[in-house]
Design a protein around this ligand. Structure first.
Ligand SMILES: [Zn+2]
Length: 386
């Protein structure tokens, strides 16, 4: 049913059948994204205006008397759990069923569900902790909680970035140093020439669960490392792998991890400030005891949710800029754009990336420039020998 009429394998047409699927896959993803936003918005509205949130808060207050920390913790756990439960069909459809249908995931339903549970538990623990601290700040420093909340956010962002490759990511995939081979010698040569002997390169065990390929710079300080998906190590030429590695080295050289944390912190600061204004304007009208009243939680989350949607195109634009900069580094380091272009072409087909998504979709939703723009940009880079 997905067959397209046969075409002579021209330069761009060679990727065509795969691209038809990629465009379908992309459009399903976008519709899922909109569905998740709509369901979240409806749930938050219902939770607030049916009085369910207020009733839960009051019920817990009656039960636990003045132990507001206990009231808040239980409220947050119960609320996050119910929201996740209602969203579960969407998660299962988008993250399991679609991935299987398009031949990207190799996971059984069981294995997917175990990963989903791990992710959910991690999210519940981290969110409960974070929100608990925020609600403590509402009481301790009601006028400047948003300043303190930003500091807590920065602390968490730094700690999570640092522990991600050693504690969090290994919960989902295996990581091991690259085995000694011709490739690793080329990799160490390259890393040494780039003046980065301090940084480790690890194999990211993706192929057990997925057909897709990926590479990343992860960690902070002593945990900082470049991780290369094993799904890439098998099918890419040595130079293509080095180009992908060079792209990640580019992120490292450009201090993109730090930039990400700094811009995230600025956005968090603005978001908390905006949430403060919204909360103050609405708590009395809606009959809550004050901003610290956990019953008003849906108002707080709705404000942050809308803020994050509004700034998403901004942070995506910044991210795409950083991706172009890392690509430019890779082209210069490889002294040719061909290996990077080769890798990008393989990645597009392997990961079912739409090479040319509509411009407005890319503007709103994509943290990476489209493959066609990345290839065009890579060709335009002036190399040292030009
Ligand atoms: Zn990148």
């Amino acid at each position: 049913m997905d067959e397209t009429p046969p075409k002579p394998p021209g330069d761009e047409e060679r990727h065509e059948p795969r691209q038809v699927r990629a465009r379908e896959y992309e459009s399903i993803h976008n519709r899922m994204f909109v569905a998740r936003i709509a369901v979240t918005a409806v749930l938050l509205t219902l939770y607030l205006f049916t009085g369910a949130s207020m009733q839960l808060a009051q019920g817990l207050e009656n039960r636990f008397d003045d132990a507001w920390w206990l009231v808040n913790s239980v409220y947050i756990v119960v609320t996050l759990f119910f929201f996740s439960a209602i969203m579960f069909p969407l998660s299962m459809y988008g993250d399991y069923y679609i991935e299987r249908r398009y031949g990207l995931s190799k996971q059984s339903a069981n294995s997917w569900f175990m990963d989903y549970l791990k992710g959910l538990i991690l999210e519940l623990v981290l969110m409960t902790l974070f929100l608990w601290v925020i609600y403590a700040l509402f009481r301790w420093t009601p006028d400047y909680w948003w300043v303190w909340a930003t500091l807590v956010y920065i602390f968490l962002a730094v700690v999570l970035s640092a522990v991600a490759p050693v504690v969090i990511m290994p919960l989902f995939h295996k990581f091991e140093p690259l085995e000694e081979s011709e490739l690793t010698r080329a990799v160490s040569d390259f890393v040494e020439r780039a003046g980065l002997n301090v940084i480790g390169v690890y194999k990211w065990g993706l192929q057990e669960k997925t057909e897709t390929a990926n590479a990343a710079l992860a960690g902070l300080g002593r945990t900082r490392r470049i991780i290369l998906g094993d799904t890439m190590l098998n099918d890419y030429t040595r130079d293509e792998i080095l180009a992908v590695l060079a792209h990640e080295v580019g992120h490292y050289r450009n201090r993109d991890m730090l930039r990400l944390i700094v811009t995230g912190s600025v956005l968090a600061f603005l978001g908390f400030y905006a949430a403060d204004i919204v909360l103050r304007a609405l708590v009395d009208v809606l009959g809550f005891a004050g901003v610290h009243d956990i019953g008003a939680f849906p108002v707080f989350i709705f404000a942050l949710f809308v803020f994050s949607l509004v700034v998403m195109p901004l942070s995506n634009a910044y991210s795409r800029k950083r991706e172009f900069a890392a690509d430019a580094y890779a082209v210069r380091a490889m002294d040719s754009s061909e290996p990077l272009i080769g890798a990008l072409n393989k990645l597009a087909d392997q990961n079912l990336a739409d090479r040319e998504p509509p411009a407005w979709i890319e503007f709103l939703l994509h943290g990476h420039p489209s493959i066609s723009r990345r290839i065009e940009h890579a060709r335009s880079i002036n190399r040292p020998n030009d």
